[in-house]
Design a protein around this ligand. Structure first.
Ligand SMILES: [Zn+2]
Length: 324
């Protein structure tokens, strides 16, 4: 995932909202949803990391794909592995696998939940240049979003929401041009979501809206109202941030806008035309905006905070089970 443009942070204080918010506290958007288990989500992150970096073309990547499909099949019989070919920024051929798990597949009204499961082949933002061609473990950048969605999948198998749900785990999100690359680099990110958005797993597929998770496991994560999401899917952003605020997570789901980011949701919005918002740890006051471990060899399991996984997972469940 890559920073595209940077706007001046727009900080809004929601002082007025505090005065009436507490009186509504008895009715939460989380009613009716099964309990999100943070330890379980953490275990799913750990299991991915234990394969090693899930870099496309490696045995670890192949083994993790199998594990993801097998794990999802515990909770739904409708799991499709969508294989596709793509070309990397430097022209090398790549083979990808998008993994799609559907719940209540015949329901017309659906919600799309997604994250990328591949990890970046090179730590090109590592402080040590010697690491710039070593792979990223991707505990946060990749495995965290998938870990949350696997736990969400388990919850969906416990009690059905009023909508069908499709969980799509995208491949080849993070094979974008190396920081040293001098050629064109547009659209070298999100190759799996570009493919799926133009060739969905089911012809004519659509959903009411989508939620993308990326880097949702860091301690003290700060999720802004991200610019690309606001451009294409402002009502989805409102829906998610309202649910988070009602659950008491306004400290993490901050009322601050960020610049526009390139992530899988860009292509879902552009090509599949499903309004989709990104929940991503990003703060323009940081060096790169992203967490310090972003695209470094330091993106390891020790950076994952169960509490952050829980905050995101419970928010996603509140949104899904809040649909009528
Ligand atoms: Zn990344």
């Amino acid at each position: 995932m890559l920073k595209r443009t940077v706007l001046i942070p727009f900080v809004t204080l929601i002082l007025a909202a505090f005065s009436c918010g507490s009186q509504q506290a008895t009715v939460t958007a989380g009613q009716g949803s099964p309990e999100f288990d943070a330890a379980s989500a953490y275990g799913f992150v750990k299991a991915q990391v234990e394969f090693g970096p899930r870099v496309p073309g490696t045995p670890a990547h192949a083994a993790c794909a199998e594990w993801l499909a097998k794990t999802l099949r515990q909770w739904t019989t409708d799991v499709i592995v969508q294989e596709f070919k793509a070309r990397a920024y430097d022209g090398r051929p790549l083979e990808g696998k998008n993994i799609v798990a559907s719940f209540d597949r015949d329901r017309k009204d659906r919600v799309l939940l997604c994250a990328h499961w591949d990890s970046r082949p090179f730590a090109d933002h590592d402080p040590d240049p010697a690491n710039h061609f070593r792979p990223v473990m991707g505990a946060n950048d990749g495995a965290s979003g998938v870990g949350v969605l696997l736990e969400v999948a388990r919850c969906l198998s416990v009690r059905k929401p009023a909508v069908g749900v499709d969980i799509v785990l995208f491949d080849l999100e993070d094979f974008g041009a190396h920081a040293n690359w001098r050629g064109a680099s547009d659209d070298t990110w999100g190759l799996g979501s570009q493919y799926w958005s133009k060739n969905p797993h089911k012809a004519g597929y659509t959903a009411r809206f989508g939620i993308l998770l990326d880097m949702v496991g860091g301690a003290g994560a700060s999720f802004p109202r991200e610019g690309t999401s606001l451009y294409y899917a402002p009502a989805v952003v409102d829906k998610i941030w309202d649910a988070a605020r009602k659950l008491g997570y306004a400290k993490h789901f901050v009322d601050r806008e960020s610049g526009t980011l390139i992530d899988d949701h860009l292509y879902i919005n552009q090509y599949a035309r499903i309004p989709t918002a990104d929940i991503i740890d990003y703060d323009e006051r940081r060096k790169n905006g992203f967490p310090d471990s972003w695209h470094t060899v330091g993106d390891t399991l020790d950076k994952i905070d169960r509490n952050t996984l829980a905050i995101v997972g419970k928010t996603v469940l509140a949104v899904v089970y809040g649909e009528k």
